[in-house]
Design a protein around this ligand. Structure first.
Ligand SMILES: [Cu+2]
Length: 149
């Protein structure tokens, strides 16, 4: 039953089963047990509902050859994003911005951000992302990719 509930919550937004469970609890030990379980579920639900990077092009941690160096970066997230509050940047190993600052969301897929890139010489790059998903939760992170000679 626990597994079933967790799986259901993964697909929903940040729901609050906690309060229904509290109302149903009839004695204190049960209430404590229920609250403990609800707290765990709430944490799991919260994490699952936040936007995370699903995949990217160039790939997360991937390597591309200089002859096929990308002219744009695409990142897909696990949640739909608020376009005005979501951004990605690409920096080289010295921290120099290598994107053109023209981040946009795919109008047909609100989980995808895209930015065009300056010509990328061989080297290590890092993608810095800061997004707000439509459930208003803020998340940020980064991942590398590499351009080989
Ligand atoms: Cu969330």
């Amino acid at each position: 039953m626990r597994r079933k509930r967790t799986r259901r919550n993964v697909t929903g937004s940040c729901g609050n089963d906690r309060y229904n469970l509290m109302r149903r609890a009839k004695n204190k030990p049960l209430l404590m047990a229920v609250l403990a379980m609800a707290a765990l579920l709430a944490v799991a639900t919260d994490v699952a509902a936040h936007a995370r990077v699903k995949r990217a092009n160039p790939a997360v941690g991937g390597t591309v050859s200089a002859s096929a160096a990308p002219t744009a970066l695409q990142v897909w997230f696990t949640e739909k994003l608020e376009p005005a509050l979501s951004t990605i940047e690409v920096v080289d190993s010295k921290g120099t911005r290598m994107d053109r600052g023209d981040v946009r969301i795919d109008p047909d897929d609100q989980t995808q951000l895209r930015v065009t890139l300056l010509p990328l010489p061989p080297g290590q790059y890092r993608v810095l992302w800061r997004v707000v998903s439509i459930d208003t939760h803020y998340r940020s992170g980064s991942f590398p990719f590499r351009v080989d000679p």
